[in-house]
Design a protein around this ligand. Sequence first.
Ligand SMILES: [Mn+2]
Length: 303
Amino acid sequence: MSKTLLWRESIATFDPRPAGANPDRRRREPIPRPFVPSHKRHRTIFVSDTHLGTRGCKAELLADFLARNSCDTLFLVGDIIDGWRLKHRWFWPEAHNRVIQEILHKVDSGTRVIYVPGNHDEAFREYCGRFIAGIEIMREATHETADGKRFLVIHGDQFDGVIACAKWLAHLGDWAYTMALELNEICGAVRRALGLPYWSLSAMLKQKVKNAVDYICRFQDAVARETRERGFDGVVCGHIHHATIEELDGILYVNDGDWVESCTALVEDAAGHLEILRWTAFGESRDPAFAPAPVGEAVAAPA
Ligand SMILES: [Mn+2]
């Protein structure tokens, strides 16, 4: 049987019963997979914004991360399968199948898998409160850490209406700025040769980067405010592709990042300690601890 067929059949194993005891867990024979030598156990893993079905998805690294990291609970915090893109063009290479298989392998080996759909996979929101292939679908979830902190788990797109700003700006990083400076040099030389007045491309981009920083700040503030109002100690979200662990007015704002650019996941250990892992290489050779730069610093522009 082809692996694609295997996945399609798993998705088709639809359980119409309401949420509660998960009858799918531990029942099936685990999916055969290559031998994975190294393994790290976490209490909880959070991943989001994997955008499976798009060219940008770093599916090989994600499959490798899932294979080498196990957990009691796995949260899929939205934008997992990019339905928006798939609707226009079907793109599903083998590596994307492997990601699905690693997730199903976790279900089969007793991991509780919770899927909170985002805006790019909003089609799954119709199935909130149900199981698909042993995966619990929820509009939003709550998580209590080992040290007793209560977290709200949401994708975060519900705040788009609050923050009127183009979200692609948030994806613009400092690498783009460095590149812009080089482009600026070329642009300046061409304009000089044509006798045109000086015009700064980098200044224009600097303004756009500033807008991106503003956007991230406003998003974080809006999410933290909602979290506080609802009486949680913290929030885990995704959506803006910017991994961070920050305290905002007594609320722990945690963003697990993405698998399009940064390849980041949030993990919780047995003591309740939260950490962001950046999985940019296969196997063990990844950054052990990734401390993301504060928002302001991440895009600090050279003078
Ligand atoms: Mn999103």
